[in-house]
Design a protein around this ligand. Structure first.
Ligand SMILES: Nc1ncnc2c1ncn2[C@@H]1O[C@H](COP(=O)(O)OP(=O)(O)OP(=O)(O)O)[C@@H](O)[C@H]1O
Ligand SMILES: [Mg+2]
Length: 228
């Protein structure tokens, strides 16, 4: 059996009487680039948040890295998330008054990592994210293009060396050429770090970068495929 990084067993999520996820059973092997596609409102973000321990299922089991997240209390879940999961979003969420390096170092500042060590880690994360030009280090996010900002956000997400990288519409604000650069960054991270990447997208053109994809509609899986 392939090593499973993520295993969902009959996962449901209710918001009041609304059923956002309805019986999702799916496994993601370790070290692959997995895409999740589906129309707006189909439950993609909800699913990603449950995998990443931001949210909990109403029903069903969630296993990540061999840990049954259902068994963790809120503090343990937060700790698990901080240690194992990196997040990338459509809106980047960089801090405008901080430099590129400071933005990438932020998760390490919050962990009390001393400055020389965090600087070194930030520079390496920027290199892995494809932004290793020193003249970028002291720029502010507003001085960068959208694609560059997203690569800074990716560097920030991997600076703690998570085993799982979750990306929710990371190319939603980018043109198609820049989106491809970001896709190649994920492919490279998967290869170089052995990290498992799970990306939500509407954009069918990006599926060729993933190893596999799953399509959801109305909170249920309607298609599973290995990418060509
Ligand atoms: N906190 C919440 N409270 C109530 N309903 C919610 C909440 N979060 C999501 N929903 C509902 O659950 C459904 C799935 O939402 P979700 O955000 O997972 O969709 P999505 O597939 O990510 O959509 P999009 O492509 O537009 O981002 C939607 O109908 C949404 O309105
Ligand atoms: Mg969404």
């Amino acid at each position: 059996m392939a090593e499973e990084e993520v295993k969902l067993i009959d996962v449901y999520k209710f918001y009041g009487s609304y059923q956002a996820l309805r019986g999702i059973t799916y496994s993601i092997p370790r070290g692959i680039f997995q895409c999740v596609v589906g129309p707006s409102g189909s439950g993609k973000t909800t699913l990603l948040h449950i995998i990443g321990g931001i949210d909990r299922p109403t029903k069903g089991e969630v296993w990540v890295a061999g840990v049954r997240l259902n068994d963790l209390n809120d503090d343990q879940l937060a700790e698990f998330r901080n240690k194992n999961v990196g997040f990338v979003f459509q809106m980047f969420y960089l801090i405008p008054r901080m430099t590129v390096l400071e933005n990438v170092e932020l998760p390490l500042i919050l962990r009390g990592v001393p400055k020389p060590k965090r600087r070194e880690a930030a520079i390496e994360a920027l290199r892995l994210a494809g932004l290793d030009r020193a003249d970028y280090y002291n720029k502010k996010p507003t001085q960068l293009s959208g694609g560059e900002q997203q690569r800074v956000a990716i560097a920030r997400a991997i600076v703690t060396r998570p085993r799982l990288l979750l990306a929710d519409e990371p190319t939603g604000n980018l043109d198609s050429a820049t989106a491809k650069v970001v896709m190649n960054t994920f492919v490279k991270l998967k290869r170089e770090l052995g990290i498992t990447v799970v990306m939500v997208t509407h954009n069918m053109e990006l599926l060729s970068y993933c190893d596999r994809y799953v399509r959801i509609r109305d909170g249920q899986i309607v298609e599973e495929a290995i990418s060509a």
